[in-house]
Write a protein that binds this ligand. Structure first.
Ligand SMILES: *Cc1c(COP(=O)(O)O)cnc(C)c1O
Length: 496
């Protein structure tokens, strides 16, 4: 049943991406030539995003490096455009490390994080990248590798975790728990880690400590940041001279244009799970919520798609928060007065507004009075929004000269993919569009460069995976190249 009020979740679209959406002749030509689905990245946007992070560092008078977490997107164009700036890159595999080196990042600008195999560790050490060490075992492996293979001394950051329990500063005593992580060494085991570091003094140069926490909680990160500053004190007591606090990534993106739409949507979803309004999803799927005899159970397993602060704004909020050791002073002062460098590893936030996925509408069908079924030339794993719990509407990019199908009114649709699987749904929820699309139109899934483009794509049924292109503005017109053909010499931004 179509509800009286369409429950839109309109995407937040900044000027460059909005201009691309208006250039419908350009995007249709690209999809005609290169097929559906098609990934488009905007390399000049990542440089703009970097500038915004840098401005936040400047506002707090902090030095240090911003390492783009490469895992958010495989694109060569985004990486090469970033190589033309002064950013660093955080690589989490041998392939990413090779990609970074081949894209123009000098090893001093590269940090190796995440689980590592011997080849990855060897190339990182051989080239002279910084290694972000997960555990005492890895520290020993690195130290032994450097010694036995006669490699240069490796700059090393120790990844810590489980910072215990604290009181959120300025919260009137609210307790914050730093959750355990599969990654990093618990601070309670720091002494043992430093004993190991001591054995490898010749092989490693301990430059600092850090964390990466998969949480949106500023309080939890503030606790971890203060934990790192204390840990640096312990390192100094052991005779090391560290100067880096690495606060990882997780600055987040606000995907939606309107907070009210998000609040209205999630309230309605709750009501529909409780049976107080018609279903809003395919077969009553609850996104983690369920109805237990009239009581709501479970937890909404969704990304907070509208966020009051995200990206460099989130970093600013974290750094501006009060330090518990020195109430009334911001956390950034703690770094500043010790002359510590701040390292950050933004992934999703640095590719905010950096691209979209285009998918062709193949069929529009309706059985009875339910929502329309819109079948796309793409499979669910090509468009990872649902997989990553990000609920945001696609934008209809109509083929020039076609009038909207139906009566031109708002309509609820289910978006289906091209696999012969009942479960191949691009979205399990009813998506509201301002008007019914026609076969041949494109749907633009905007702001998908962070994790949603290529993280889980497959060759199931021998269907093609999306080609990727880079697009940039040249005066009033758009130009493009295949992603792998892009170098910063092509786009104006790169020549500046
Ligand atoms: C994934 C990851 C990041 C990036 O996280 P975002 O949420 O995309 O900012 C940074 N550092 C490490 C170690 C990671 O694993």
């Amino acid at each position: 049943m179509m509800n009286a009020l369409p429950l839109y979740l309109e995407p937040r679209v900044e000027p460059r991406l909005a201009a691309l959406l208006r250039a419908d002749g350009f995007t249709h030509d690209l999809a005609d030539a290169l097929g559906s689905p098609l990934n488009i990245v905007l390399p000049d946007q990542i440089a703009d995003n970097l500038d915004r992070f840098r401005a936040t560092y400047r506002r707090h008078q902090l030095g240090g490096q911003i390492y783009f977490a490469h895992k958010a997107n495989r694109s060569s164009a985004l990486l090469r455009r970033l190589a033309a700036t002064d950013a660093g890159v955080d690589v989490a595999s041998l392939g990413e490390l090779q990609h970074a080196l081949g894209s123009g990042f000098a090893p001093e600008r590269i940090m190796a994080t995440g689980p590592k195999n011997p080849a990855f560790l060897w190339l990182a050490a051989r080239a002279g990248a910084t290694v972000n060490v997960d555990s005492a075992t890895e520290l020993d492996a690195l130290g032994d590798l450097v010694r036995t293979r006669s490699l240069p001394r490796v700059r090393t950051v120790l990844r810590l975790s489980a910072f215990g329990t604290g009181t959120a500063p300025g919260s009137g005593g609210v307790k914050v728990l730093s959750r355990a992580s599969r990654f990093g060494t618990p601070v309670s085991a720091l002494d043992a880690l430093l004993k190991s570091a001591d054995r490898h003094r010749e092989a490693i140069e301990l430059i600092g400590v850090g964390f990466h926490l998969d949480t949106t909680s500023v309080a939890e990160k503030a606790l971890a940041l203060e934990g790192c500053v204390s840990a640096l004190g312990a390192l100094r007591e052991h005779g090391f001279s560290p100067h880096v606090v690495d606060i990882g990534g997780g600055f987040g993106v606000s995907y939606l244009a309107h907070r009210e739409q998000w609040e209205r949507y999630t309230s309605a979803l709750t009501a529909s799970v409780l049976g107080q309004r018609p279903p809003m999803t395919w077969r009553g799927y609850g996104y983690g919520l369920r109805n237990d005899a009239g009581t709501l159970r479970g937890a909404l397993g969704l990304y907070p798609a509208h966020r009051a602060t995200a990206g460099e704004g989130y970093l600013d909020e974290l750094l501006s928060g009060p330090a518990s050791a020195t109430p009334g002073r911001p956390l950034s002062a703690l770094l500043l007065e010790n002359l510590f460098d701040l390292y950050t590893e933004p992934g999703r936030a640095l590719v905010d507004q950096c691209g979209l996925i285009l998918a062709r509408v193949l069929e529009v069908r309706r059985d009875g009075t339910g929502p329309y079924l819109v079948r796309l030339e793409a499979k669910a794993d090509d468009i990872g929004l649902e997989e990553h719990g990000v609920l945001v509407d696609p934008v209809v990019v109509a083929r020039a000269g076609t009038a909207p199908a139906g009566d031109g009114d708002a309509v609820g649709v289910h978006l289906a993919g091209g696999l012969c699987l009942e479960a191949d749904l691009i979205s399990r929820r009813t998506v509201f569009l301002p008007s019914l699309p026609n076969p041949g139109d494109l749907l633009g899934f905007v702001n998908t460069a962070g994790y949603c483009m290529d993280f889980r794509t497959t060759h199931a049924q021998r269907l093609p995976v999306a080609r990727a292109v880079a697009a940039w503005q040249d005066g009033d017109s758009w130009r493009w190249s295949l992603d792998e053909q892009y170098w910063p010499t092509l786009s104006q931004g790169g020549q500046a």
